[in-house]
Design a binder for this molecule. Sequence first.
Ligand SMILES: [Zn+2]
Ligand SMILES: [Zn+2]
Ligand SMILES: [Zn+2]
Length: 354
Amino acid sequence: MKLFECDHCGQTVYFDNDTCVACGHRLGFAPSDLAIYALKQAEGDIWYKANDRSRKFRLCENTKIGVCNWLVDEGEDETFCVSCRHNNLIPDTTTEIGLDRMRRICAAERHLFYSLLRWNVATPTRKQDPESGLVFDFLEDTVSPDGTVTPAMTGHEDGLISLRVAEADHVTREIIRDQMNEPYRTMLGHFRHEVGHYIWDRLVRDGGRLEDYRQLFGDEREDYQEALQRHYENGPRPDWPEHHVSAYASTHPWEDFAESFAHALHIVDTLETARSFGLAVDDAKLAPLGDPYKCADGERLAAAWIPLTIAMNAIHRSMGQRDFYPFVLTPDIVTKIDYIISLMNGRRPTAKAA
Ligand SMILES: [Zn+2]
Ligand SMILES: [Zn+2]
Ligand SMILES: [Zn+2]
């Protein structure tokens, strides 16, 4: 992600800040400009840029409960920002726990949308596309009278993404991560993975790219339920680390795409963050990349990314923390990342299939 500053006083601010700690202005993120603006209130619910009275906005409806800092352009016929307007079922925000979960969910969701905006991905809502617009259900677990908890299911179907609300709790998520023997599990990772399925529908299946997709990821017509069952009964294929970015990616070509998509986003967005802070282990590899979101060459991206992850892992270990990026990118995996970033940049893949 890029580095933001208050456009009134120049103070460096975080993407999620709603107030400038230096000049005290209300801050809002304008998705149309990918910029954070210092604001002044005009009449009613209209706000304008402190530096330009002609730019007017409304605050996203979710700012009222303190879970969003995005703006809606004055002329737009929407009360929610481009991220929050995709929400359908949400946690009960009248409770402290529910509100806290909603805050974490919305923060991860906005981070996802930052990337989708950077890649200029069309994400119609259900209002715009009732059949397959992008919509999120954040589902609560069901608790039976005897106290048995049935976890809500995470998944994707025709643009409807379901995420388990309880995963916004660090303890719950960490227990699952440990049980599933996963090296990494975050809300942002869930968003990036699930939206990977949505992108597959839109850009691969509907985009006429099935043939080259199948060459790299395999044939998705393979029975999905059987593949999952096999994975959970027998464990992943022993050679998965050679070809797949995670054990779960080896279950089925759909999951391989979604996992690879999530990693393409991890890599591109984190490289952008590193660049914006002038952080590079090998600047000769990072600097020529330019804007990582616009890079459509997986090998160049990996060449900049891998040294950074080794350094960051060592830094994390020095702090007694788990590895920052607990994954190994083989040439096969880089080829898949290359496919995805080429797809997002509207180009055919550049790297050769291994
Ligand atoms: Zn300021
Ligand atoms: Zn919002
Ligand atoms: Zn999936």
